[in-house]
Design a protein around this ligand. Structure first.
Ligand SMILES: *Cc1c(COP(=O)(O)O)cnc(C)c1O
Length: 387
């Protein structure tokens, strides 16, 4: 009776909702599912963060509307964290904005800058929100293929000059979801140069900046010359501190861009519950050790899963960062067919690469968000199925 707006019909079905349906159906049949599908940490939020929330929730002054831009104290904690972590200096008043999770900021930023004639450059395969937010803003998406032979970095030289001239905004994401690839200084410098030349806003999604292995330290795009003139970087407490349910993140960088996003937000939301912001301050200021503990756990899991897959003859390297393992499906399958096969025959839930865009076809993604025992079990089941 009520027809949906055209813009919603232009969106593909949200992948994770579809996969959830598949999973629920298998569960209803009594299958013991090992869920290597959704990227949501299984580890609990560190206790001191929860304690801080509990205290702050009791204080009446936190029960009122928070400020739109986020408490200055939270933004200062975010700026200080960026300085300690990346050596970058930020003005917490103008160059930091709090977000109700980084997804919220990523979803809203095209509304601030993209008109229907504008192009948005987005990685493919990629986090689905870049595409969706562009469509909802009426913009035109241009997919930058992430190919294995290029280390899953976009090849800027392959983009037509006419597209670059129309491009308003470019999403990048390293460490990358879904490929787990990382980007180096040379890549970020090339992106910054391109953005200066064509007047493009770089939106770097750094949700996995803290999840890295073997001592590797992920860089921020903002630590390179000229970045602050063209770039903002989205940070999230979700993956770093096991806080996906809490909904808190922040964006840093170019102040004009931040102010534009802030203008959209002022009109659609009213900020983050202050008790959650206090908990966020605790996380950013005092919980570096807890992060190291999580990483040690993910690293062990990575070794179990990747060693297991390699023994089964699957070609892949150990990821340096993020909690994903991305590999080519065996011959004879496409990514959805392989996902369905693993669910049916092994009770293992994975994510088909094609769900992240057509350039993800032929791959699947597994996550490291289940414990080592279950990963051993998963490898055992894979051995039976893939033989
Ligand atoms: C998980 C994830 C996010 C969203 O994080 P929130 O802060 O919880 O909204 C953003 N980008 C990528 C690539 C992610 O995987």
């Amino acid at each position: 009776m009520f027809k949906l707006a055209d813009r919603l019909n232009q969106l593909p079905p949200y992948l994770f909702a579809e996969l959830d349906k598949m999973k629920q159906q298998a569960k209803a049949k009594g299958v013991d599912i090992i869920d290597l599908g959704v990227g949501d940490p299984d580890l609990p939020t560190p206790k001191p963060i929860i304690e801080r929330l509990y205290q702050a929730a009791k204080a009446a002054e936190n029960h009122r509307y928070p400020s739109y831009t986020g408490m200055l104290q939270f933004r200062t904690a975010a700026a200080d964290w960026c300085e300690r972590r990346f050596g970058i200096r930020l003005n917490p008043q103008t160059e930091v904005l709090s977000l109700i999770g980084s997804k919220e900021g990523i979803a809203h930023i095209p509304l601030a800058f993209v008109n229907p004639v504008d192009v948005v450059l987005a990685p493919n395969p990629g986090y689905p929100v870049y595409h969706a937010s562009t469509v909802l803003a009426g913009g035109e998406i241009y997919s930058m293929p992430l190919l294995r032979e290029n280390g899953y970095l976009p090849d800027f030289s392959a983009i037509d000059e006419r597209i670059l001239k129309r491009a308003k905004l470019m999403f990048l994401n390293y460490p990358n979801n879904p490929t787990a690839a990382v980007a180096d200084e040379q890549f970020f410098k090339a992106a910054i140069l391109l953005a200066h030349k064509y007047n493009i806003i770089i939106c770097h999604d750094a949700a996995y900046s803290e999840i890295a292995y073997d001592g590797y330290k992920v860089p921020s795009i903002l630590q390179y010359d000229g970045a602050k003139e063209v770039a903002v970087e989205f940070h999230s407490l979700s993956k770093t501190f096991n806080m996906t349910g809490w909904r808190i993140g922040f964006v840093v960088g170019n102040k004009e861009v931040i102010s534009g996003l802030g203008q959209v937000k002022t009109n659609v939301d009213s900020g983050i519950f202050q008790a959650v912001q206090y908990a966020g301050i605790e996380a950013l200021s005092n919980q570096a050790t807890a992060v190291e503990e999580s990483i040690a756990i993910y690293q062990k899991r990575r070794d179990v899963l990747v060693d297991g897959l390699q023994k089964l003859g699957i070609k892949l390297e150990k990821p340096q960062a993020a909690f994903y393992v991305w590999f080519e499906v065996p011959e004879g399958y496409d990514s959805t067919g392989f996902t369905a096969h693993l669910l049916k025959e092994a009770g293992i839930m994975t994510t088909p690469g094609v769900g992240f865009g057509e350039y993800g076809e032929g791959y699947v993604r597994m996550t490291l968000t289940v414990d080592v025992d279950r990963l051993h079990e998963a490898v055992g089941r894979l051995e039976t199925v893939l033989k």
